[in-house]
Design a protein around this ligand. Sequence first.
Ligand SMILES: [Zn+2]
Length: 217
Amino acid sequence: MKVHILLGPPGSGKGTQAKRLVQQFSLIHLSTGDILRDAVSKETEIGLRAKAIMASGKLVDDQTVNGLVFARLQNETQDVLFDGYPRTLQQAEALEDFLSAKGFVLGLVMNVEVPDGVLEARVVGRRVCSNNACGAIYHVETKPPKQDGVCDLCGSPLKHRSDDTAEAFRSRMDEFDSTFQPLLGFYRGRDTYRAVDGNRAPDMVFETLSRTFKEHA
Ligand SMILES: [Zn+2]
């Protein structure tokens, strides 16, 4: 059994790419969120612990996340694609130990790279329909509504969310980088590490990812 990892910053489109990759290559798609929800709904011991941590408003710690992931991997026979895991250096190190103890193999580690400036422009130009039942999303440059500030679908005013300002973006990005850079350092320079240019049309990014997969996985 091989474990492949897809890395990338929030907003890089890696979740969508992961879904297409698992379809094309018959992989198991594992995201930490899904594993967490599954364990909570099955009320496993570790699932209940995670539930209690989340209920207290805290972030689930590395050890608990690792425990959930390893329990899920334990008896897996099909190759796996991780999306959103490992998220920290500590998780990556623990995964490495788990894989070698089980005789599983670390396959490709693909990093979808998008420059910060591009991610910031995507976020800052985003406008969302103020009608929650509609929820349509626009972008002032790449997907403007027909009439300025008005939703094409339901006619409600569009709004600029407070999360979508440059300041909010920067603070999220700084926080992300502080854990992501050490994680990247752990994988970069390995034979199976591949950086992929994510600053292109999604179909082109997918083409590169799937070719990389075909050649190296
Ligand atoms: Zn609308």
